[in-house]
Design a protein around this ligand. Structure first.
Ligand SMILES: [Zn+2]
Ligand SMILES: [Zn+2]
Length: 208
């Protein structure tokens, strides 16, 4: 696993990150910590009106940086399987699709997940884990893995939520799923920090 790349970082463009998590400060700290690549993936909704300013700011500060910097978004998977992101941005930028609400219905959850996986505009499935209210069986995990491989999506190892569960990573790995790292940083101290998921990284790196 490439621990010098953090594919999931937030900023002050949402209302719940630390106030010093500016685009510029994130880039500075990522450079200081020896990262090679970062992705800004701010929470977006179809109604978000700050997007042009956010993208312009990333572009300005990227010019003078040695890092590879990706502009993107994290968007919610809705219960009908669609993604809560304005389509024009969804199709042009790096996109993490994540569950942010409890559906309380396993069938609905699996169908929505598979729709998101089949969505050609989605690049990554973020902090994937089953809802606390239901269990996903081994054959169901396998069928999810199959969709992920077929549709060439990446599964994120998320150090904020320590997800996906270890047994999911093991079965995904066995099916050929690709992984990358995301800190899901809402504060500067979390940028590029993955030490708390060393066990998940080891499972994803293990040869099968
Ligand atoms: Zn999220
Ligand atoms: Zn996030």
């Amino acid at each position: 696993m490439d621990t010098s790349a953090d594919h999931h970082i937030h900023s002050t463009y949402n209302d719940h990150s630390d106030s010093d998590l500016t685009i510029r400060n994130v880039i500075d700290i990522a450079e200081n910590r020896g990262l090679r690549k970062i992705a800004f993936t701010e929470h977006v909704r179809r109604t978000s009106d700050w997007i042009p300013k956010y993208l312009a700011e990333i572009q300005i500060y990227s010019k003078n940086s040695s890092l590879e910097i990706i502009s993107g978004f994290e968007a919610k998977i809705l219960s009908n399987g669609s993604i809560d992101c304005p389509y024009e941005y969804q199709s042009k930028y790096f996109l993490i699709a994540s569950f942010h609400t409890i559906f309380g219905n396993k069938e609905c959850w699996i169908n929505a997940l598979k729709s998101a996986i089949r969505d050609p505009t989605v690049d990554v499935i973020g902090h994937l884990a089953p809802e606390p209210g239901f269990k996903i069986s081994a054959p169901e995990i396998d069928s999810i893995a199959e969709e992920i491989v077929q549709n060439q999506k990446v599964v994120e190892l998320n150090s904020k939520y320590r997800r996906p569960p270890l047994d999911w990573i093991t079965s995904f790995k066995g099916r050929g799923v690709k992984f990358h790292l995301g800190s899901d940083a809402h504060s500067l101290r979390s940028v590029g920090c993955f030490e708390n998921i060393n066990h998940l990284i080891a499972a994803a790196d293990r040869s099968v």
